[in-house]
Write a protein that binds this ligand. Structure first.
Ligand SMILES: Nc1ncnc2c1ncn2[C@@H]1O[C@H](COP(=O)(O)OP(=O)(O)O)[C@@H](O)[C@H]1O
Ligand SMILES: O=C(O)[C@@H](O)C(=O)COP(=O)(O)O
Length: 426
């Protein structure tokens, strides 16, 4: 297998979001879970997105994991590697967007890396280096209350500089609007000043096409699905990719079995989606205090779900309001409570699979990472899009047989997302 575009995604929902964008824009794409075992038979593809669970780990661990994945991708032909980060730049001052970007750039010979989390289709735009979410500065958006990576600064130059060794500069919208030549010239000027990263403005797809064209001429870029769109379209225009239609229909073949939804995202969109799901589906709200106190709450949840699942899809959710999350975190700590709840939701997902679930929707990036790891799924093919950024996924090489999954980024999807997803997964 020779691939053209490689990506290392810092979480699993983000990986499926990017894989969806690449597929929609014409690239045959596979999403792997970590670096695949050599025995795993992967289809012939143009792009591979390696999912990693490194968004919230120590920067040194993220650098080590991402560098290994980069080597694997380059050995299989990747001419460009995109570090897929969240479109809301989720990270802390000790976060790894800066360190991983610098490490990947160093491995590829150095230079200034183009960085943009813009993803206009989902309301993420960047202007003068500031990130807006649905028109609100990042620090005023629901991301200010994220359980693991609360975002309190919309100025991405400052955010990234706090994580980086080198300097961070900007490519402003006027330069992007002037076209690829102007962006290239600006990047060269920034490189001459010695900055290692340049945050590029983008408010529409045309900006991303320009940025993708420029990014593709360098070995590394960092961004969200919007930059993926630009890279994919630039690759298609370059004629380096054949005109094979992406194999989405094959990925959508029915798998049968039972269906369930597991939610650990506390993002405002997920909280609303759960309220709406309660109108038509049985929903169990986990008692997270009890969950942290011992195993009884997990057993109770499994038995609740086991009693209902043969009659139709069930929903099990740890998700809670920012106030409830803050209370739990003040008692147990942010990382400990997040980790314990991820473990609990992944055990519940595994038990549901043992009881015959073959169609599974998981809400939340960290939540999805923990569950997919526990289910030991090696890779996914990309099916149809349920909502912007969320495709149906079909397992590849799964020991329990083929399953359909949807890994929903916390803030993605309309309010009826859960029923829409189930309606597409047969
Ligand atoms: N009730 C709760 N209290 C505290 N933390 C929670 C609660 N429910 C879920 N969490 C944790 O919040 C985090 C949500 O992150 P994630 O799954 O990535 O969602 P998102 O996609 O919205 O960012 C996970 O670590 C999860 O275990
Ligand atoms: O870029 C995005 O917004 C998503 O692909 C993503 O990474 C979201 O992360 P979670 O909200 O943690 O799922």
């Amino acid at each position: 297998m020779t691939i053209l575009l490689g990506s290392i995604a810092d979480d699993y929902t983000g990986a499926s979001d990017l894989a969806n964008t690449l597929t929609k824009n014409g690239l045959r794409t596979v999403q792997t879970v970590g670096i695949p075992d050599p025995s795993l038979a992967l289809p012939d593809v143009d792009a591979v997105v390696v999912s990693m669970k490194i968004r919230s780990v120590a920067a040194a661990d993220a650098v080590a994991a991402a560098t290994r994945a980069e080597r694997w991708l380059r050995e299989r032909g990747a001419v460009h590697v995109l570090y897929k980060i969240c479109s809301t730049f989720d990270s802390t001052d000790a976060g790894n967007i800066g360190p991983v970007t610098e490490a990947l750039s160093h491995a590829a010979g150095g230079g200034t890396v183009l960085v943009t989390p813009a993803f206009p289709e989902t309301g993420r735009t960047v202007y003068l280096g500031h990130l807006f979410v649905d028109g609100k500065p990042l620090n005023e958006s629901p991301l200010k209350d994220h359980p693991l990576n609360p975002m309190h600064d919309a100025n991405l130059v400052r955010v990234m500089a706090r994580q980086s060794r080198g300097g961070v500069d900007t490519v402003d919208l006027a330069t992007v609007s002037a076209g690829a030549g102007a962006v290239k010239a600006r990047l060269e000027a920034i490189r001459a000043e010695g900055a290692t990263a340049a945050i590029a403005d983008a408010i529409c797809e045309q900006d991303l096409e320009t940025l993708g064209e420029v990014a593709l001429q360098a070995p590394v870029s960092t961004g969200a699905s919007g930059l993926g769109l630009g890279l994919a379209r630039a690759l298609m225009r370059s004629g380096r990719v054949g005109c094979a239609t992406a194999a989405t229909a094959d990925a959508m073949r029915p798998v049968g079995g039972l269906a369930a939804i597991v939610a650990g995202s506390c993002s405002s969109a997920t909280l609303r989606q759960l309220e709406v799901a309660e109108r038509s589906l049985p929903v169990l709200r986990l008692d997270t205090e009890k969950l942290l106190a011992g195993p009884d709450e997990i057993s109770a949840a499994i038995s609740w779900a086991g009693n209902r699942i043969s009659a139709g899809p069930v929903v099990v959710a740890a998700s809670a309001s920012p106030q409830t999350v803050a209370r739990l975190q003040s008692q147990y700590g942010r990382d400990a409570s997040g980790h314990a709840i991820e473990t609990a939701t992944s055990i519940i997902a595994e038990e549901l699979m043992t009881r015959g679930v073959r169609r599974l929707v998981i809400a939340g990036g960290e939540t999805s990472g923990a569950a997919v790891d526990r289910l030991a799924i090696p890779a996914f093919l990309i099916g149809l899009e349920i909502a912007p950024g969320v495709p149906v996924l079909r397992t590849v090489g799964n020991k329990q047989g083929d399953m359909l999954l949807a890994l929903k980024s916390g803030n993605f999807g309309g309010e009826d997302f859960f029923t829409s997803a189930l309606a597409m997964m047969h």
